[in-house]
Design a protein around this ligand. Structure first.
Ligand SMILES: [Mn+2]
Length: 321
């Protein structure tokens, strides 16, 4: 029995919700879109939902070009008996709002969160993109992805693996090569050149102004109110510096401090580091090379800076060890 059929076997309703992590990125949306097409091919009705805002230029362009239809949770009317399939994240994660409805299934590639139960779960920690797992469902079930779906999945894989340089597994490679000839490379090229809006540069300016590098750890602020996606972009950017092997980028937003972490050193697991550094303050998670975290209930920017200093101290302590 294929994974897709196992998933179908645990769904009771004709209509299901596919929920991505909050502030969905390209991999989350590609995965949701692919899963929607798969389930619809099997006679289900599917609505994609998420919480937060999508404000990244290339994500918005991806949705427009590839016709990805999704709804912010406040636009959805959910009932407790609604069945929810989580993609690219897990129940209980700080970036996965607990929506009304029953989280029956989870398809993900982040570190397994212990203690969460699903009727169906396919969580593969070693895979670089959730879109690769969804891609494999197409081929395993003999369902040919459309050009738009193939483009979305390929783009999701490219983005989450940083163009096949981060966390690439055999499955990512296999799906990359199978989807490649099916995808619209004009669209992919357009998306690659559509990453930032002019106002995003303000965050880069602040990061450059505040950046300090201590023993390979680059710490920077990006100013208040930056989106998760923008904080992550700046974090990726700082990692390209030759003197930086680990990044810690933060922004005061949504009543707390949001952190983005990158690591190019195997012995520094980004996810473990942020979880450890936020102990007693907040929560975090992710992958060995990219992770994020959040400290809630922070009243103002000055407190945010104070908290960031504490987290930075713990990071440097970890590096010293
Ligand atoms: Mn992902």
């Amino acid at each position: 029995m294929t994974k897709l059929n196992e998933l179908l076997a645990c769904l009771n309703n004709g209509h299901v919700i596919v929920q991505t992590h909050n502030y969905p990125d390209q991999d989350a949306l590609a995965s949701a879109m692919g899963l929607k097409v798969l389930l619809e091919a099997k006679g289900k009705k599917v609505t994609i939902g998420y919480e937060g805002i999508i404000d990244k230029e290339n994500t918005l362009k991806m949705m427009e070009l590839l016709g990805i239809e999704c709804y912010e949770s406040s636009q959805l009317t959910l009932a407790p008996e609604d069945e929810i399939i989580i993609v690219d994240g897990q129940k209980g994660n700080i970036n996965m709002t607990d929506l009304v409805g029953d989280e029956v299934a989870c398809i993900d590639h982040h570190k397994i969160r212990r203690g969460e139960k699903y009727k169906f779960s396919d969580i593969r920690e070693n895979v670089g993109a959730c879109a690769s797992i969804i891609g494999s469902y197409f081929f395993e079930n003999g369902i040919k992805p459309s050009r738009q779906v193939a483009t979305a999945l390929l783009y999701g894989i490219r983005m989450d693996t940083h163009n096949m340089t981060r966390g690439v597994s055999k499955l990512d490679l296999a799906m990359f090569s199978r989807l490649f000839p099916m995808a619209d490379h004009g669209h992919i090229k357009l998306l690659e050149n559509f990453c930032l809006k002019l106002s995003d540069l303000e965050a880069y300016r602040t990061a450059i102004d505040t950046l300090h590098v201590v023993e390979g750890v680059g710490v920077a602020a990006v100013g208040a109110g930056c989106s998760e996606a923008l904080i992550a972009s700046v974090s990726d950017f700082l990692l390209t510096l030759s003197s930086v092997q680990v990044t810690l980028v933060y922004s005061y937003r949504a009543g707390g401090v949001k952190f983005s972490v990158r690591s190019e050193v195997e012995c520094y697991d980004a996810s473990d580091m942020i979880v450890e550094a936020l102990k007693g303050l907040g929560d975090g998670g992710g992958h060995a090379d990219m992770a994020a975290g959040f400290i809630p209930n922070v009243p103002d920017e000055q407190m945010a800076r104070d908290y960031a200093a504490v987290v930075e101290g713990r990071f440097l302590e970890r590096v010293h060890r």
